[in-house]
Design a protein around this ligand. Structure first.
Ligand code: NAD
Ligand code: MG
Length: 298
């Protein structure tokens, strides 16, 4: 039998043959053009009905961590709405095809997370198109490195916050009235929330904000039976990293400083989202699940 996510494997050796390469793409970048290709779990993720009948909205669901999560959700039995930028249609259509093959109803909803009307409409379109909503994954994000704060453009600072924080607020605010008890919200934060890089002042600040937002909102929504949690990835091979997410010269060593000694693949994140989305994590709230190759966190 081919390997799946349950196959007993040495995590040091798993994916160790996939070496990051110094490539560059214009923002937002495509998984289709990522070399080497990332593993989104297309050939390995095996569902066991953990999200049967659920209805999920995933921002940044076209590529990287969001796409791997979408594949896992669909194979676990969920219907899925994907949010992404219009430039990412190629990636989104490929993922939508994989989800439909798994039997999912899929909505493809392109637009700009910096636009409040789009964010609010995203929730309405999902509720209408899927007949409800009970999993929200706020995962879309912007990361552009900058070596000197005096050269960090005001516009970039603003766009990083709007994309990573404001959109999460707008979408969550619009979603909550629709979420039945048992629903789950999962926000994507980062190791950057605890160990910020000197070149990611704006991005790291948004990720610390996402952690605080998650822990505050989890307490507020707990009495309604809505659980809010976060996933904090470490260095994961996605288009985000080759679209000026890192200084290009740092890419070749990407992930080597983790205890596992390698970068992670989006497929290794998906099970964390499935766990937090599913009722099996019923007593887990306000938690940040670190998936980072072993880097210590508070
Ligand atoms: P990715 O590029 O595949 O995904 C990011 C997605 O964000 C894009 O696909 C895009 O659809 C969406 N997006 C960005 N700006 C947008 C906008 N203005 N409007 C609509 N959509 C927009 O990269 P990824 O690494 O999978 O990123 C997913 C999440 O994981 C992000 O929140 C990122 O901060 C976080 N993260 C990534 C890493 C990593 O090493 N790759 C580490 C920690 C956290
Ligand atoms: Mg993308």
């Amino acid at each position: 039998m081919a390997r799946d996510q349950y196959t007993f494997t040495n995590p040091v050796e798993l994916y160790s043959e996939i070496e990051p390469r110094k490539g560059h793409q214009e923002e937002p970048g495509l998984d289709a053009d990522l070399a080497p290709q990332a593993d989104l779990g297309e050939d390995t993720y095996r569902g066991t009905g953990r999200l049967t009948g659920r209805k999920a909205l995933i921002t940044g669901g076209d590529s990287g961590i969001g796409a791997a999560t979408a594949i896992a959700f669909a194979r676990e039995g969920a219907d899925v709405a994907l949010s992404y930028l219009p430039e990412e249609e190629e990636d989104a259509q490929r993922i939508a095809g994989i989800l439909r093959e798994a039997g999912a109803t899929v909505l493809t909803l392109p637009g700009d997370l910096k636009d409040k009307e789009y964010c609010v409409g995203l929730v309405a379109q999902t509720v209408e198109g899927l007949g409800g909503l009970d999993i929200l994954v706020n995962n879309g994000g912007k990361q552009i490195y900058s070596e000197d704060i005096t050269e960090l453009p005001d516009e970039q600072f603003d766009h990083t916050f709007t994309t990573n924080v404001d959109a999460m607020f707008w979408i969550t605010k619009a979603a909550v009235p629709h979420l039945p008890a048992g629903s789950t919200i999962i926000n994507t934060t980062s190791i950057q929330a605890y160990s910020p890089s000197e070149t990611l002042v704006d991005y790291a600040s948004t990720k610390a904000t996402i952690n605080a937002f998650t822990k505050a909102l989890a307490q507020q929504l707990a009495p309604k039976g809505i659980r809010v949690n976060a996933v904090a990835p470490g260095p994961i091979w996605t288009p985000l990293q080759v679209t000026d997410g890192q200084p290009p010269e740092k890419l070749e060593q990407f992930g080597e400083d983790t205890p596992l000694g390698r970068m992670g693949q989006p497929a290794e994140l998906a099970p964390a989202y499935v766990f937090l989305a599913s009722p099996e994590s019923s007593y887990v709230l306000g938690e940040t699940l670190n998936v980072n190759g072993g880097m210590p966190t508070p």
